[in-house]
Write a protein that binds this ligand. Structure first.
Ligand SMILES: NC(=O)c1ccc[n+]([C@@H]2O[C@H](COP(=O)([O-])OP(=O)(O)OC[C@H]3O[C@@H](n4cnc5c(N)ncnc54)[C@H](OP(=O)(O)O)[C@@H]3O)[C@@H](O)[C@H]2O)c1
Length: 331
């Protein structure tokens, strides 16, 4: 089966990095996007062959001259070519426990049938119209897109409503809601073209003849908790965006999948939430075994691997000890 191309936002750390790794390992061509290009380049460098990629390390500011392949031709070409020509060297492959880590194992980036995945970094700020437009222009001229994982997001503060900083609420709404909206609506034409081109190329029997919009929300999208109102409100809004989009795409072979993680011990999420207070961040995960980024990456990959007639509307994944948003059994 030919490789499919997926955009993963927020791929410079945590869940996004783990998802980019796992999908590449499973043979996807991953466009890994976030603001910190150096971290994305380190992630991509885990796969041999990255250095020879002509597009490696491109940023939204140096994409005025996209590679120049029209979308349709590029996509059909991508579908018909063996990705083995871009095969990854397994020697010196990733140390999966790297600084953006979470996954373990030997990442050869190669499927059993020999087809290869890849990770391509792209500097992206989802709060910027221009940055997202540059990304879409680049994707359009470099082979199109079959799936997007809207993962970039985060929490800022854990304050009661009476004391919550308006700027924190604004930031959370900007990245979790408006950032997801900006990316999802901008790549939708590419996803539609992906499906249309598969059909036009006579490849409609290809097992994965559908496109995908994955949205990583949170268990905060389902129920509030004390101190969480700003994040909860933003994730509720993001959930509504995803659900409504699924309804609006009725009749189109585009799946909309929502992933709702509970507590995931990623290296930056709680640090960002508590403004760099490492002790407070660490306390979040003390006394129980939280999820790891790899757990959510596996959930995302599983939803994408379902047959094209199956849509996982939403998937709640919690640590066993975290029985609800307000009750975690700690030792
Ligand atoms: N960790 C948890 O417990 C948990 C639980 C439920 C849901 N979630 C959700 O899962 C997602 C990932 O969380 P995580 O734990 O992996 O957090 P994380 O490690 O802090 O990662 C957040 C990612 O978002 C990116 N990002 C932030 N602002 C951005 C912007 N303006 N433009 C582009 N990218 C931006 C960051 O990259 P740059 O800084 O390089 O841009 C980073 O890669 C978030 O949506 C979060 O709300 C997390």
């Amino acid at each position: 089966m030919a490789a499919k191309r997926v955009l993963v936002t927020g791929a410079s750390s945590g869940i996004g990095a783990a998802t980019a790794r796992l999908l590449a390992e499973q043979g996807w061509q991953v466009v890994a996007a976030a603001r910190r290009l150096d971290r994305l380049e380190a992630l991509a460098a885990e796969f041999a062959g990255y250095a020879s990629s002509s597009t490696a390390g491109r940023s939204s500011t140096d994409l005025n001259q996209p590679p120049g392949e029209p979308l349709g031709e590029a996509l059909v070409g991508r579908l018909s070519e063996s990705t083995a020509t871009e095969a990854l060297q397994s020697d010196g492959a990733a140390n999966a426990e790297g600084s953006t880590g979470g996954l373990t194992g030997d990442f050869t980036g190669r499927l059993a049938d020999g087809s290869a995945g890849s990770i391509e970094p792209f500097e992206l700020d989802i709060t910027s119209d221009d940055s997202v437009a540059s990304l879409v222009d680049y994707l359009k001229h470099s082979g199109g897109l079959d799936a997007v994982v809207n993962n970039a997001g985060g929490a800022f503060g854990l304050d009661p409503v009476a004391a919550g900083a308006v700027a924190d609420w604004q930031h959370m709404y900007d990245i979790n809601v408006l950032g997801t909206l900006r990316v999802a609506q901008s790549v939708l034409p590419l996803l539609r073209a992906s499906v249309a081109n598969v059909e036009a190329a006579g490849l409609g029997t290809r097992p994965a003849a559908c496109a995908d919009v994955v949205v990583v929300t949170s268990t905060a999208a389902l129920a509030p908790y004390v101190g969480g109102a700003g994040y909860v409100a933003a994730k509720h809004a993001e959930r509504v965006l995803a659900t409504t989009l699924r309804w609006e795409l009725a009749g189109e072979p585009i799946r909309v999948i929502q992933i709702e993680p509970g507590a995931v011990a990623t290296e930056e999420f709680s640090l960002n939430r508590f403004d760099g207070d490492a002790a407070r961040a660490a306390a979040t995960y003390q006394g129980f075994e939280p999820l790891g980024a790899a757990d959510i990456a596996e959930a995302i990959a599983w939803t994408l691997s379902r047959p094209p007639h199956v849509n996982i509307d939403h998937l709640v994944v919690r640590p066993v000890a975290q029985v609800s948003n307000w009750q975690t059994a700690r030792a």
